[in-house]
Design a protein around this ligand. Structure first.
Ligand SMILES: O=P(O)(O)OC[C@H]1O[C@@H](O)[C@H](O)[C@@H]1O
Length: 392
């Protein structure tokens, strides 16, 4: 029996989603409802907790706006004494609001402000507030090296000052940003199991043996991620580093002169390029082209967050020219239908994992086991290898 089935929850669970993340919240809600129903039916005596199973845990809330662009957070039902999980996708650029009679696209700042409005609207009534920001707001502005704003740390501090007790995120650009809020909970989850599961299912039959498969990080920052995959798969890894012109600054960044490769032989191998995010796509596509020039066989790109800030044209082209074979990103952020429909795209569903995380934290159980996915991955890989062996 899982720890969650025997430990009383901190307080009744409720889930409040910002508008841009409702589809994920609905999926998560369903998973929790189903598992709690099963748990309650399986051991009715263990759960003397009223309202444990609910058809839905979602809270009715909204953020209406004035025509000036100002807004307010409104919660339309009681959340008194609850363990409230607020979900926000600050990257959802598909939403708009009326600003002086023009449709203004929602920016990460707008979403973050709405998140704070809804925390404010709770008016101290929830027993505990947990915030889930899968794509951590301002995660790439996580350190200060010049006279510049330290946006991620400041935002985390703001949440904590408003009473947030746990901040939950995924594949943070640099997890050390949690040091900015040392006295409250900060959990950074990885989705390696969900990625490999989806990859092995989609690329059924592809050889993942050392002589045929290699993991590559497109930059130094992503190296530990690639090392994890290479270790668990038992294959080699390589990495690129960006050679930059430090005398020039464009859009706040030093332009990249070249992607230099450090690693073994690529020729004839399938390459799994792993990264935290695809923003413009420049990094992964340049790296893919470099790998193809080194005679890579197939090229798979796996990134937790697919922002695609410059659209899909360059990816379409790369696919058409045989540079890339498939792109995997998760549903932890808004995924446009246009992307879902691409022949080279697979969306990795993380909703069940997120529901397990919420359920576990609501029970105040340790998240250690769900964070450490090594055992699960090993079992899945063993099954896959056995299947491939039999098929030979
Ligand atoms: O090259 P694009 O896609 O614009 O940017 C994404 C990359 O920039 C880095 O900060 C990320 O970690 C990722 O490697």
């Amino acid at each position: 029996m899982s720890e969650n089935a025997i430990k009383t929850p901190v307080a009744p669970l409720r889930i409040l989603s910002l508008e841009g993340f409702r589809s994920m919240a609905e999926k998560v809600d369903k998973h929790i409802s189903v598992s709690r129903k099963e748990r309650e039916e399986a051991s009715p005596d263990n759960l003397s907790f009223t309202g444990y199973y609910k058809e839905s845990y979602l809270v009715d809330a909204s953020v209406p706006r004035f025509s000036s662009g100002e807004a307010k957070g409104v919660i339309n039902e009681t959340i008194h004494g609850t363990d409230l999980f607020i979900l926000a996708d600050i990257s959802n650029h598909n939403l708009t609001y009326n600003l002086y009679n023009t449709e203004n696209g929602m920016s990460p700042d707008d979403h973050f402000q709405d998140l704070k409005r809804l925390i404010d609207a709770c008016n101290g009534k929830a027993r505990r507030i947990n915030v889930i920001l899968p794509f951590l707001y301002e995660s790439r502005q996580d350190k200060r090296t010049i006279l510049e704003s330290l946006d991620c740390a400041t935002a985390l501090q703001e949440l904590v000052q408003m009473g947030v007790k746990n901040i939950i995120t995924f594949d943070a650009h640099d997890g050390r940003v949690q040091n900015s809020v040392p006295l409250e909970g900060f959990d950074n989850f990885y989705t390696s199991y969900q990625f490999l599961q989806s990859f092995l299912h989609t690329e059924d039959g592809v050889s993942i043996e050392k002589e045929d498969f290699i993991v590559v990080s497109p930059d130094v920052g992503g190296m530990s991620r690639a090392v994890f995959y290479a270790n668990i798969l038992g294959v080699d890894m390589g990495m690129f580093y960006k050679r930059r012109d430090y005398t020039v600054v464009n859009d706040g960044k030093n332009p990249i002169l070249a992607h230099e490769f450090l690693g073994g032989n690529i020729a004839g191998k399938s390459v799994y390029i792993v990264d935290d995010m695809i923003a413009s796509g420049e990094s992964v596509l340049e790296v893919a082209a470099e790998l193809k020039a080194r005679k890579a066989e197939r090229i798979y790109i796996a990134a937790t967050f697919g922002l695609f800030t410059c659209g899909f044209e360059k990816f379409d082209e790369a696919y058409k020219n045989g540079i890339i074979d498939r792109v995997y990103t998760t549903n932890l952020i808004y995924t446009p239908k246009e992307l879902i429909d691409k022949p080279y795209y697979t969306n990795v569903d993380v909703s069940k994992y997120l529901s397990l995380i919420i359920d576990t934290i609501n029970h105040d159980s340790s998240v250690d086991d769900i964070m450490k996915s090594g055992g699960l991955i090993r079992n899945r890989l063993a099954d896959y290898r056995e299947k491939c062996r039999k098929a030979q």
